[in-house]
Design a binder for this molecule. Structure first.
Ligand code: ADP
Ligand code: MG
Length: 393
């Protein structure tokens, strides 16, 4: 089986809009730590930066510190250590907390937070009292057109759908021309059909207005769909900050690998300059010494199956997902791996198959936990368990 070298094609194919030419940094967090009271820190040493017009997503499981990070940027939470800069101005540090209203940040939350007794136009124009009446009306009109709700300006929030309310909340935040727009799980109250449409619309509006945005989500599909770069948080710590393609194809930790999609971790050992595993040989790109124990991460789209007797691998389950079939394959050792096949490739459970690796890159993690063993030996009860002590090679 041949495995290509790690390719960075995924990274270089990311749209030019993302990085070139280098645009000014609008928001920067340097080793930010926040804690609630005397309890354990909610976020620790988080560093990230957003360039003008960039959409950053903060991605991670519930309780990992996503909202805390947004609240720190907004100025609602003081810092225990670290610094936050907005447009080159230090706005947060221990002992420094520039008030939210002086930060030029806009906010959109999942519950929309519209004023129920105000009409759409009044909601959007709220806080623009410093403008002359004509100027304010023009700004409200521009926002209505931007979000595609011109004509509904006299409606009350309860007369709008969830998606329309969310667009009004977005318009209200954008009307203030914020340096950074902060969005906390903005689609979680919408039904799934609406969510896909709104994601696209939001990305479109942000790009058209060249708005820098930080969006919080626990949904990797959402982050992949709209982010220029993704910050993955785990337990209050930043695990990786990269483009969606790199996060998916070249995750830097087992946690990231597992969180952003189906991943199998296959134990292997370095011998004769190669990594030997139950599904074949992989290149020893980091040049690890003979005898080193690693795990190789493979995704379902890295593996193909074909019916073939005497290979010892057997289909254990098939999940029909509409556009694909996801197969669970049991190797003779008990190791489980997954393969995605076209929606029309239907094989019965129990079919003996041969595996072909089509990965264009190899992701290895050192496995400090695994005891020395020969490839092919049994892996125990939880073959795909994430090696929590692993570090990226
Ligand atoms: P997320 O948005 O990723 O779900 P949060 O930032 O809300 O996570 O929470 C991070 C951690 O901080 C969690 O352990 C949570 O319980 C804790 N936390 C959040 N808000 C408060 C609060 N107001 N007081 C005390 N602890 C909090
Ligand atoms: Mg939250």
């Amino acid at each position: 089986m041949s495995i290509g070298q790690i390719t960075r094609t995924a990274q270089s194919s990311a749209s030019e809009r993302r990085h070139a030419p280098a645009r000014r940094v609008v928001l920067e967090l340097r080793q930010v730590t926040c804690a609630y009271g005397r309890r354990q820190a909610a976020i620790t040493d988080v560093s990230l930066a957003a360039r003008e017009g960039e959409i950053l997503c903060i991605l991670g499981p519930s309780g990992c510190g996503k909202t805390t990070t947004l609240r720190a940027i907004a100025g609602f939470e003081p810092l225990l250590s670290g610094e936050i800069y907005l447009e080159d101005t230090l706005v947060s540090a221990p002992g420094t907390l520039v008030p939210t209203e002086q930060r030029r940040v806009g906010m959109v939350f999942q519950e929309y937070a519209l004023f129920p007794h105000l009409r759409v136009a009044q909601n959007i124009g709220f806080g623009l009292e410093h403008l002359a009446p004509e100027e304010r009306a023009a700004q409200v009109q521009a926002m209505l057109e931007l979000i595609g709700l011109a004509g509904l300006e006299r409606r009350y929030p309860h007369e709008l759908s969830g998606g329309q309310q969310q667009r009004v909340a977005l318009a209200r935040a954008l009307a203030h021309n914020p340096a950074v727009l902060l969005l906390d799980e903005p689609f979680s109250n919408l039904d799934p059909d609406m969510t896909g449409k709104m994601r696209q619309e939001l990305a479109d509006i942000l790009h058209r207005t060249n708005t820098t945005a930080v969006l919080v989500t626990h949904d990797h599909d959402e982050a992949f769909a709209i982010a220029d770069r993704i910050a993955v948080l785990n337990n209050g710590r930043l695990e990786q900050f990269d483009t969606p393609e790199t996060i998916y194809h070249v995750p830097s930790t087992p946690f990231v690998a597992d969180f952003v999609g189906q991943a199998d971790f296959i134990p292997g050992v370095v011998q004769n300059g190669k990594v030997l595993t139950d599904i074949g040989e992989f290149p020893n790109q980091p040049g690890l010494p003979t005898g080193a124990h690693v795990v190789v991460m493979v995704r379902p789209d890295d593996l193909r199956i074909a019916p073939a007797a005497d290979h010892g691998a057997q289909i254990q389950a098939r999940q029909f997902r509409g556009s694909e079939n996801l197969y669970t394959i049991a190797l003779p050792s008990g190791q489980l791996v997954h393969s995605s096949e076209s929606s029309t490739s239907v094989y019965p459970i129990g079919t003996q198959v041969e595996l072909r690796i089509i990965a264009t890159h190899t992701v290895l993690f050192e496995d400090h936990r695994t005891q020395p063993r020969a490839p092919g030996a049994s892996h125990g009860d939880s073959p795909s368990e994430i090696p929590d002590s692993a570090i990226p090679c």
